[in-house]
Design a protein around this ligand. Structure first.
Ligand code: FPP
Length: 232
């Protein structure tokens, strides 16, 4: 992994937990549990390799219409991750930021997320971890438009960006989606204008460190022109 051009910002669409669980004759909730473990493992690995920002799609606005039982299981995973595994988050040495509309979440879960953001706001030398929770790109864009209207001002690309959840961050260089589907599913639609996309047929819980490295090598070989012509 040495001497390759690494992306500064990698985002993950962690798809396939449910199918992975089914394949192993386990309930969907077990797939999410293993999914969180893999998320921690891969985020740590990405930061260790030198990636500065990792963004994960933990729950979309559309996911909120899943059966209550599945959602309750995911909320319990949030509780366990942010409460019982506080140490692991501190160990990562990263700032945790949440992107999304937290208002419909249970109050205790919302409290834990806000507390984690506050506790990790300083002394986070290893980078930034964005958790997209009840996140949807269309909702994010509409919210930004409404803010601009409320301020009574026209926007340009820079001022509009400052109204998004990702204000102040560089766009993702690479989005990795597992689970075999080839789409963005309402994830970072504004920010992904020139993002490189990588799709894997592996289900999220089985996407390994080695698979991540393969994706990073693949990224390093791409020619990013941003609409320009090749130089030299
Ligand atoms: C996609 O798999 C996964 C989700 C909708 C939820 C992912 C959530 C987590 C891994 C929890 C994140 C937790 C923390 C602590 C941030 P799917 O259920 O859509 O899989 P399928 O397509 O195979 O059904």
């Amino acid at each position: 992994m040495r001497n390759i051009r690494l992306p500064a910002h990698v985002a993950f669409i962690m798809d396939g937990n449910g199918r992975w669980a089914k394949k192993h004759f386990r309930p969907r909730g077990y797939g999410h549990k293993m999914g969180v473990q893999n998320m921690i493992k891969l985020c740590s690995h990405a930061f260790k390799l030198g990636v500065k920002i990792v963004t994960v799609y933990a729950l979309s606005t559309e996911n909120l219409s899943r059966p209550q039982e599945e959602l309750d299981g995911i909320y319990d995973l949030f509780r366990s991750y942010f409460q019982k595994q506080k140490g692991k988050i501190q160990e990562l040495g990263v700032r945790v930021n949440v992107m999304g509309d937290l208002t419909p979440l249970h109050e205790d879960v919302r409290g834990l997320l806000l507390e984690t953001m506050r506790d990790t706001a300083v002394n986070a030398p290893n980078g930034l971890l964005n958790l997209c929770i009840n996140y949807g790109a269309r909702q994010e864009i509409i919210q930004a438009v409404n803010h601009a209207v409320a301020f009574g001002r026209f926007v340009d690309e820079n001022s509009f960006k400052s109204l998004l959840y990702s204000a102040g961050m560089p766009d993702p260089d690479l989005i990795i989606r597992t689970g075999g589907e080839v789409r963005l599913s309402n994830f970072l639609l504004y920010q992904a204008a020139y993002t490189e996309l990588y799709f894997s047929n592996k289900m999220w819980p089985e996407f390994s460190r080695r698979d991540l490295e393969k994706a990073l090598v693949n990224y390093s070989q791409r020619d990013r022109r941003f609409g320009n012509v090749k130089k030299g």
